[in-house]
Design a protein around this ligand. Structure first.
Ligand code: GAR
Length: 216
């Protein structure tokens, strides 16, 4: 069983899909711990409800990023994960931390990377007049939101969309996208080789695999 440690900062709806997938057998994995940098993150309640260990490492308790990341790594390592899953974890990580989990840490980002790394992705897509928005799952490397992409899901931008309506539709796609990618990893099909994501022995394109998450 692949051991997952999930890092969150907020609502944890992506965490919930992973908990559900593990519970119903669709994911050959187990969430062994959920760690939040915010004590009031609702995702912690979801973890407790599922009987999963939780921890809070509050970044405000540490002098700098390096000290916070060291405490976070100590906490993660206690649970001996095979994979660290960032699911709405809103902290920038130091290079040292990222290197420690290289090839075994994933992030989901709410844009079609390489477009719009960082914050306010949906508003930026709207402001640019894009026809599509979406989400990307990628391996985490020291470059912020710049690691090799594994898979993307796209949604059309409709007239009348605002950042919040768009965020809602993208999030719904994330709930299919993230468990699929975590499953590939858990099945041993997904690796990071020479800074490139490799699925079933074949390097993935720069923007990852486009998953059709909208067709039932
Ligand atoms: C998701 O949309 C995720 O892509 C985004 O935060 C949301 C978390 O939702 N992540 C980032 O912006 C990372 N920079 P959730 O807490 O309901 O899973």
């Amino acid at each position: 069983m692949t051991r997952l440690v999930v890092l969150i900062s907020g609502g944890g709806s992506n965490l919930q899909t992973l908990l559900d997938g593990c519970h119903n057998g669709e994911l050959p994995a187990e969430v062994v711990a959920v760690i939040s940098n915010k004590a009031d993150a609702f995702g912690l309640q979801r973890a407790k409800q599922a009987g999963v260990a939780t921890a809070v490492i509050d970044h405000r308790d540490y002098a700098d990023r390096a000290a916070f990341d060291a405490a976070l790594a100590d906490c993660i390592d206690e649970f001996e994960p095979d994979l660290v899953v960032l699911a709405g974890f809103m902290r920038i990580l130091t290079a040292g931390f990222v290197e420690r989990y290289l090839g075994r840490m994933l992030n989901i980002h709410p844009s079609l990377l390489p477009k719009y790394p960082g914050l306010h992705t949906h508003q930026r897509a709207l402001d640019a007049g894009d026809h599509q928005a979406g989400a990307t799952v990628h391996f985490v490397t020291p470059e912020l939101d710049g690691g090799p992409a594994i898979a993307q899901a796209a949604v059309s931008i409709e007239p009348g969309d605002d950042a919040s309506s768009l965020a809602k539709r993208v999030l719904a796609q994330e709930h299919t996208l993230y468990p699929s990618v975590v499953r590939w990893f858990a099945e041993g099909r997904l690796t990071l080789v020479n800074n490139q994501a490799v699925l079933d022995g074949a390097p993935l394109p720069m923007t990852g695999k486009l998953l059709d998450t909208q067709t039932p």
